[in-house]
Design a protein around this ligand. Structure first.
Ligand SMILES: [Zn+2]
Length: 465
């Protein structure tokens, strides 16, 4: 099944590989190849059978979907672009699942998809792209920074009536009310910005331009005046999707920790932030450690936060290996395994994903023989000691983290919950690329919209939030 279509290739692709220069180049490269039957058997030897089946499921599942759009503005130069990002979140009640007759079809109803994006108001953001200077900013980049701040600090990402739980509120809360930035995002000079509540915009003493609390995410660094800014808009979409879910988790944890402990959150893709905003992953790690502590102190189980990957090298590897993985077995992807079988080492780090990941990946084959790659949040508040001693100590702690992050016992009971949840929803999680749409398709779902109404809607539906 895997590899079937992607590698069939079109004419041009085959010609390129036939080109002698390309051939010579390829001869000098080492690539990971699909394992032989014998290798596959050996690789899967240390997969562990999962014994925890039949545990309790979460009562509610929250999933989100974001999509970027980029468009030229008519009547202007063709390179004049505007970016548009939509984010939809749904919640489904798991107990209703058994009462519903699943629809026996892999077909995702386009009307249902449109409905999900239309129902209520999905959270939407408009950002200046190439050749657009927002509100008279001197550069595209400065205007972009301003637009990002305005939209992440207003009510559109808040699920309550105030701004405590919007994205900016969450950035502040994670850093205990004070977010620091050492360099001016406009002129690059050394500064000491300290952003606090109601002091979220500060002026640079050198260039006298505004610096915004949201600049710490560094999304703007990819923006240029004339280049295609699509990738910055995609980065914005990804990091903001993770932060909106984080804000929602904070809000429920604050309002009703008992309810939060009965919820699961499904994130599309690995628990990681890539590109310029990558550092945000350390903030998410810190936040989820706080949430965990808060719930445990109150006697509740932390919520299940799970990232499900549909594409990428780990998924290709798992699918290729699938016939050899015993039914109901799982494997934690440790760094050695990853570098040996999944992906050639792409960074000189002794800890995979050191700059990007906030969760640990696992491979799991359900009783019905479907394989999944999923991630669980690391059970730590940070990866490194806060005081960096010398290079050697730093390197040692990376090695230590790389070892500690794969200790299975640290992930129970979340691991059991995750595999239960995957088994329960395996059809919808497996067949459709977009999780919330697949869930919304087969189950009664409520679209979560920003603003204070969320709590009303949920309590009206009998979800005692
Ligand atoms: Zn400056």
């Amino acid at each position: 099944m895997p590899y079937s279509k992607e590698f069939a290739g079109k004419g041009g692709h085959i010609d390129l590989v036939k080109n002698p220069d390309v051939q010579n180049f390829l001869n000098e490269c080492e690539c990971l190849t699909q394992p032989s039957a014998e290798e596959a058997k050996k690789i899967t030897e240390d997969y562990v059978l999962w014994e925890g089946e039949g545990g309790k499921l979460p009562d509610y599942v929250v999933a989100s979907d974001a999509s970027p759009h980029k468009e030229a503005i008519s009547g202007l130069f063709p390179s004049t672009q505007i970016g548009y990002v939509k984010n939809s979140m749904i919640i489904i009640e798991v107990s209703e699942f058994d009462n519903l007759k699943p629809i026996n079809s892999n077909f995702v109803d386009p009307f249902k998809v449109a409905e999900l994006h239309r129902s209520g108001d999905p959270i939407s953001f408009t950002l200046p792209g190439c050749n657009v200077r927002y509100k008279g900013a001197e550069t595209v980049k400065d205007g972009f920074r301003m637009a990002v701040y305005e939209q992440l600090s207003d009510m559109r990402t808040s699920f309550t009536n105030d701004k405590n739980f919007n994205v900016v509120g969450t950035l502040l809360a994670i850093d205990n009310g004070e977010v620091e930035l050492e360099r001016c995002p406009a002129c690059g000079s050394q500064e000491e910005f300290k952003f606090k509540k109601n002091e979220e915009v500060q002026r640079c003493a050198v260039c006298e331009k505004d610096a915004y609390i949201t600049d710490v995410m560094r999304i703007h660094e990819q923006i240029s005046d004339l280049g295609d800014n699509g990738s910055a808009i995609t980065r914005f979409m990804n990091v903001v999707e993770h932060l909106i879910i984080a804000s929602f988790i904070r809000m429920v944890g604050y309002r009703d920790p008992s309810l939060l402990s009965r919820m699961a959150f499904i994130i599309d893709g690995p628990l990681a932030i890539f590109g310029q905003p990558a550092k945000v992953h350390t903030r998410l790690l810190r936040l989820y450690a706080k949430v965990r502590k808060h719930l445990v102190e109150k006697g509740y189980q932390p919520p299940l936060i799970i990232g499900i990957q549909k594409t990428g090298p780990a998924v290709e590897h798992a699918k290729a290996l699938s016939p050899y993985i015993p039914i109901g077995a799982f494997k934690v992807i440790d760094d050695e395994y990853r570098h040996k079988y999944i992906a050639a080492r792409s960074e000189a780090s002794t800890n995979f994903g050191h700059e990007t990941y906030y969760g640990q990946d696992f491979i799991f084959k359900t009783r019905n023989g479907k394989v999944f790659v999923f991630g669980l949040v690391y059970p730590f508040s940070k990866k490194m000691p806060s005081i960096a001693e010398d290079e050697e100590a730093l390197s040692n702690s990376k090695v230590r983290f790389s070892r500690e992050k794969v200790e299975i016992d640290l992930y129970r009971p979340q691991l059991t919950q995750a595999m239960n949840l995957i088994t329960h929803f395996e059809l919808e999680l497996y067949e459709n690329a977009i999780v919330p749409i697949a869930l919304a398709h087969r189950h009664a779902s409520i679209s979560l919209v920003p603003g204070g109404k969320v709590l009303d809607i949920l309590s009206k539906k009998g979800m005692n939030l």
